[in-house]
Design a protein around this ligand. Structure first.
Ligand code: ARG
Length: 391
């Protein structure tokens, strides 16, 4: 009996070729396609996997789990790598890895495989996650092993083995999409000096074609999680989809980043994440109202560390768990509403309120009803500045 391997299948060229390549190596290939909200045609993918030689194709609807176990924790921590990347691709990997492991157990497979190259972060995320969940499983990375150095070589291989692939037009970019955003790289984007073409963007309209009038959104949070938009309760998937749609129309959530990969190289990636960008801005604004200064500042340090941990593939680690506990404690206070204004690629927070607000008008006001005792300031400044007088 052939050895079974569970392959993380995307429906694209790399993983379709990988099916055949693994088969040639003597494996019985079971494809696992994760639905993390990328909005692809699964029937086409299924056909392609079968045609490439897969014995079975499993499609996992992971959207709810993705939102609740991966997206919300990143939002609560305000995770953004190198300030601009909300980690959409990075947080999907540990979830897919977990499913590969589960399916491997169910199918009695000793091997799992992915279609990542040897130059990226995703190979690290998959393999470190699989290893942390089941150290007995062996991971195969066909793209790292086979001798098909270019897309053309892969196309020739596909043609030779009658794997149906999109030959219609040359794909100008490599794109990875899910609910939390889209990552776009390679092709002409590899020149960091070159402005991306409008056609590179997948989710957002050009600023010039976005509406001239602003859009106002009221987002309500409970325990740091967004629950309502403009008074309407929405489940996480719908809420994120809605913000992606509106944000995309107003051209918000784009970024163009030269980022530092884990494997030591710098690369250029475009990101579009309208919902993530809007939600992080709103969430941070609400935290600014309800958290005391020291907790806020410490949380900023934690956000930085947490983003790196996600980027670096360290999801299933004690540090991740420990940071989650800290963040969750702080989120107990993060309740209330934020008014956000979208206009021409900009997101502005224009109002916030909370039952846990630490903002006290009677202390802040320069008008009537001031309760702040200004006479205390003199002594405070005297002691605060004392060390420097001596110095
Ligand atoms: N650079 C991003 C990361 O490492 C995205 C990687 C996938 N990008 C892509 N266009 N296929 O998380």
């Amino acid at each position: 009996m052939a050895k079974k391997v569970i392959l993380a299948y995307s429906g694209g060229l790399d993983t379709s070729v990988a099916v055949k390549w693994l088969k040639e190596k003597g494996f019985d290939v079971i494809c696992y396609l994760a639905d993390v909200g990328q909005g692809q045609n699964f029937q086409v993918a299924k056909k392609r996997a079968k045609a490439a030689g897969a014995s079975k194709m499993i499609i996992g609807n992971l959207k709810k789990e993705f939102v609740e176990e991966f997206i919300w924790p990143s939002l609560k921590a305000n995770a953004a790598y190198e300030s601009k990347y909300f980690l959409a691709t990075a947080i999907s990997r540990p979830l897919i890895a977990k499913k590969l492991v589960e399916v491997a157990h169910k199918e009695g497979a000793k091997f799992v495989a992915h279609g990542c190259t040897g130059k990226g972060n995703d190979q690290v995320r998959f393999e470190v996650s699989v290893g942390a969940l089941d150290s007995e499983l062996e991971v195969i990375a066909p793209v790292r092993e086979w001798n098909l150095p270019t897309r053309e070589a892969e196309m020739r291989y596909a043609k030779l083995h009658k794997i149906p692939v999109d030959v219609t037009k040359k794909k100008p970019y490599s794109i990875d999409k899910n609910l939390w955003g889209v990552s776009i790289e390679s092709g002409e984007l590899e020149d960091p000096w070159l402005e991306p073409k409008e056609s590179a963007y997948q989710m957002t309209k050009p600023v010039g074609k976005s509406p001239n009038k602003p859009c106002y959104l009221r987002i309500c949070f409970q325990k740091g999680i967004p629950k309502k938009i403009n008074g309407k309760s929405l489940d996480g998937i719908k809420l994120i989809n809605k913000l992606n749609e509106i944000g995309g129309k107003y051209s918000v959530g784009r970024s163009d980043l030269i980022e530092d990969r884990l494997v030591g190289i710098k690369s250029r990636e475009l990101y579009e994440a309208p919902a993530a960008n809007i939600l992080l801005e709103a969430h941070k604004a609400l935290e600014g109202l309800v958290l005391d200064r020291e907790t806020l500042y410490f949380k900023e340090i934690v956000a930085l560390r947490y983003s790196r941990l996600i980027y670096d593939g360290l999801w299933y680690t004690p540090l991740k768990e420990a940071i989650d506990r800290f963040v969750d404690y702080t989120q107990g206070f993060v309740e209330g509403a934020v008014n956000v204004k979208l206009l021409k690629g900009n997101i502005s927070v224009v109002g916030r309120k909370s039952p846990n607000s630490l903002y006290k008008k009677e202390l802040a006001t320069y008008g009537k009803g001031d309760k702040f005792d200004q006479s205390l300031a003199k002594g405070f400044i005297e002691l605060w500045g004392l060390p420097y007088k001596k110095h």
